[in-house]
Design a protein around this ligand. Sequence first.
Ligand code: IDP
Ligand code: MG
Length: 149
Amino acid sequence: MAIERTFTMLKPGVLARRIAGEIISRIERKGFDIIGMKLMQITPELARQHYKEHEGKAFFDELISYITSGPVIAMVLEGDCAVKMLRLLCGSTKAEEAYPGTLRGDYAMHTGLNIIHASDSVESAQREIHLFFRPDELIGWKDGNNDWI
Ligand code: IDP
Ligand code: MG
């Protein structure tokens, strides 16, 4: 397996519902290294750039309005096959197809109000990391567990 970086964003409902700690715990417990993290109120311009592939779709305005409705927690995660692994942890886009046990399956009933974004490919991850983080905001670290196991 290859070490990859992926971009994730806990959407505004996460802070508003006071479940940020729970969700970050699930990400840590899976084994991702959090190498970038910040609380951001994203602008409509950044939101539109981030979601530009969806411009013109019926849900686009609603999506931009939700994602800018309050602060998000943007993160860069690193690990083996991080892009696919995180998509699996998140679960399907459609609320009615997101299995229990996944983050989307466990925390949302509506597709438009799911709680987390995750890059869908290595190329998207690179583009999205670049949109949200400067290179000096990404910090690698040594996993202390490696000395014990
Ligand atoms: P993804 O987040 O699983 O990558 P995308 O198709 O890229 O899914 O859609 C981006 C976001 O737009 C979704 O996470 C969801 O919040 C919203 N969205 C996607 N499809 C719909 C829809 O059919 N109705 C309402 N919102 C949608
Ligand atoms: Mg997507």
